[in-house]
Design a protein around this ligand. Sequence first.
Ligand SMILES: Cc1cc2nc3c(=O)[nH]c(=O)nc-3n(C[C@H](O)[C@H](O)[C@H](O)COP(=O)(O)OP(=O)(O)OC[C@H]3O[C@@H](n4cnc5c(N)ncnc54)[C@H](O)[C@@H]3O)c2cc1C
Length: 433
Amino acid sequence: MQKYDVVVVGGGIAGLTAAIYAAKAGKQTIVIEKQDRLGGRAISNKKHGAYFNLGGHALYKGDAYATFMELGVNVQGNQPSTNGYGLWKGKLITLPANMKTLLTTTLLSWKGKTELASWLMKLAKMDTREYDRMSLREWIEGNLHDPMVRNIFYALSRTASYVAGPDLPAAGPVLGQLQNALQGVIYLDRGWGQLVETLRQTASDHGVRFVTHCKVVSIGVQSGNVQHVLCEDGTKIDARNVILATSPSIACQLVPFAERTALHTWKEQAVEITAACLDVALRRLSKPKHQLIYGIDQTVFLSNQSRAAYLSDDGAQVVSLIKYRGKENDPDRDLRELEGLLDLAQPGWRNELAAKQYLPDITVSHDFMHMNRREQPGPAVPEIQGLYVAGDWAAHGELLADAATASAKRAVQHMLSLEGKERNARYEHRGIV
Ligand SMILES: Cc1cc2nc3c(=O)[nH]c(=O)nc-3n(C[C@H](O)[C@H](O)[C@H](O)COP(=O)(O)OP(=O)(O)OC[C@H]3O[C@@H](n4cnc5c(N)ncnc54)[C@H](O)[C@@H]3O)c2cc1C
């Protein structure tokens, strides 16, 4: 039997962040990851000299970025230019991204241009939390008048949130993510796998232990207190605190009688965001200007990430395409749509293809702040002392990787705040939406 102050189950961005904060606070910490390597959905794979993330990833200037800066995690990469196009009625039309393109674009009337410019300025200063209780559609339809300005906001919001439809997402978090996007995103050199490696190194420097290729099968609980973590190979690890940095459904499977805890509500209310992602490495771009495309009447997006990041060893250009989806799922149709966009943006791309990755149905986030949510998940599981959750689904208004880091910090902060207090005290007050 090994003994730790904190056992983190899951070695994705959330688990790694939680482990670093716990270790920095002097806690003996171990991360257990079921895969052969750390990183979860933030891994990168190298194919024929090109680095592919699991679908196009951009680091926003939100919680994750601030967290990495605070932890001294070196984020290597660059901010891409925002000059791009809108895909409208099968044509690529200059997107209004700055003063010059706002003046020259044919997407908008003069009235529309004035309205868009004024809203982008207002957005930068807005307290977006005021709009947490209305849907994105309600906010857009209630505030924006010009139909094309609305369409552009829908397109930008899709890219910021990965949610295809505007009825489910709460407006506040999406507008917050748009605010972050206005400050410029970062594409990471060698993909997010490099970030994972830097997080691992930082954690290791603080004394965190790692076990990979080890699946946790249950959490031992006695008299309402966490006791241990049991792994598939029979290893038992004694634990004062456990942070479940897995999906909500796996968290439920691991905890005995989870249906009697808040975990059950969090799992039941969760709405997954999924996408189809096509990544290609092209030896040459036939249309070098077509680097960034937002679908306006199609729920698609294209970005040449190589314009800002080192993503191949031989100069190939890594272009990421995403199809944002609702419930319907047709991998072949999605692939045809994405390839069609590539035909339009980079004619003849098949002749320049060095490597390709198609992920027809990948989970972008296990949940987010949506209109059917009853509770904000975590940080503590109120019925079991010493049990916490972290992950992109445990969002309290953040999105994607920002939610992963923010929830990880909340879990550790909550744990530390209880120190010195009676261990059986009932303490958690879940945020009701
Ligand atoms: C296509 C795509 C595009 C994205 N784009 C962006 C973007 O542009 N910007 C952004 O901020 N975010 C983006 N994201 C989201 C971001 O990748 C995730 O939010 C983040 O990686 C989630 O981290 P996590 O730690 O919460 O979960 P995960 O990465 O899923 O980590 C969970 C870990 O737990 C492990 N695990 C599960 N069960 C067990 C068990 N029983 N025992 C041990 N280990 C277990 C898993 O193997 C996994 O490693 C994107 C994601 C995808 C898929």
